[in-house]
Design a protein around this ligand. Structure first.
Ligand code: NAD
Length: 307
């Protein structure tokens, strides 16, 4: 059984060592393709593998076609919009993610981003404090829940909107106020932290109209995906409302234009870095390797996302 780790943006070394240990102890072979610069390298590397571990790497129909033995793809991370699920499903390939393994890293970044914007991007001038403000968690999954917890610890009043969580106790036990509409969330909160996945339903859903509901001086923090933002709508509302701010871990396609027009009211990390901690790398990488072994040895499909 051959397992390939294909990472254009490699894991920390400690994570790779841990993955190797798990794979080899199971009696399988590990192959590594790191920092590849050309799709052809990936196509060649998958030709004889049974399992594939990826990060933000794209598993397209072309990649699947080049991997006749492939049985399982594990995205070491939460979002799996970089995998062509329909093609994998049609070929009987199991696709998994590793939910929760990098959430803490992303949640810490979201809180850091709030403070960074409240303090004029760490440049001179009078800033503000996040204590006592309202925080809206848009999607209360693994990351959102932690951002809520850390926000509460820092004295913010936390609201959340997640229509797929029907058990009110989850919010109550966390001391978070659940709202029934996304419009209400945006209209109540000084900070909105985005944690929705990029799906057909959510793409471009953060639009001018929704953002126009935000209170005076509000900040939108995006550690989710750029695709969920209606970029033209975002630019329009930033133009209309000089009090609003936007910070993102995933630069917009129009980021240069936003930076030029709105200066310190906007900020984008140069490369997505939410999950880019040694701890998150290790957690997600080892979970991916363990899930593959457990799938082959015991048929465990608990984390399958294309059931
Ligand atoms: P998760 O699957 O645990 O949670 C996602 C939540 O979104 C779920 O609770 C679901 O009910 C909710 N949801 C789905 N559709 C919704 C909608 N239309 N409206 C409101 N809520 C909706 O995922 P997670 O681990 O919390 O990660 C969230 C997202 O963050 C991922 O999908 C990924 O895109 C992004 N992410 C980014 C980084 C980064 O490096 N910046 C790292 C990890 C995850």
């Amino acid at each position: 059984m051959k397992v390939l780790v294909a990472t254009e943006k490699p894991f920390a070394k400690k994570a790779v060592d841990g993955i190797r240990k798990i794979v080899e102890e199971a009696g399988y072979e590990l192959a590594l393709l790191e920092k590849y610069t050309d799709k052809a390298q990936l196509l060649a590397a998958v030709s004889d593998v049974d399992a594939l571990i990826i990060r933000s790497d794209k598993v397209t129909a072309e990649v699947v076609a080049a991997a006749p033995k492939l049985k399982i793809v594990v995205r070491a991370g939460a979002g799996y919009d970089n995998v062509d699920l329909a093609t994998c499903t049609a070929k009987g390939i199991v696709v998994m993610n590793t939910p929760g393994q990098n959430s803490n890293a992303v949640a810490e970044l979201a809180i850091g981003m709030m403070i960074f914007m409240a303090r004029n991007q760490f440049t001179p001038g009078t800033g503000s404090e996040i204590h006592g403000k309202t925080l809206g968690i848009h999607a209360y999954g693994h990351v959102g829940r932690l951002v809520g917890k850390y926000g509460r610890a820092m004295g913010l009043k936390v609201y959340a909107y997640d229509p797929f969580i029907t058990d009110a106790k989850i919010f109550e036990e966390d001391g978070v106020i659940a709202l029934n509409s996304v419009e209400e969330l945006y209209s109540k909160c000084d900070y909105i932290s985005l944690h929705i996945p990029a799906t057909e339903q959510t793409k471009k859903s953060i639009n001018r109209e929704l953002l126009s509901k935000m209170p005076q001086g509000a900040t939108l923090v995006n550690t989710a995906r750029k695709e969920v933002i209606d970029e033209a709508g975002l630019a329009a509302i930033l133009e209309e409302r000089p009090d609003l701010k936007y910070i993102t871990d995933i630069a917009a396609d129009i980021q240069p234009e936003l930076n030029e027009k709105f200066g310190k009211r906007v900020f984008a990390t140069t490369k997505k870095m939410g999950a880019e901690t040694a701890e998150a790398n290790i957690n997600a990488g080892l979970a991916a390797a363990t899930q593959i072994v457990d799938f082959f040895k015991n048929g465990n499909t608990r984390f399958q996302v294309n059931k």
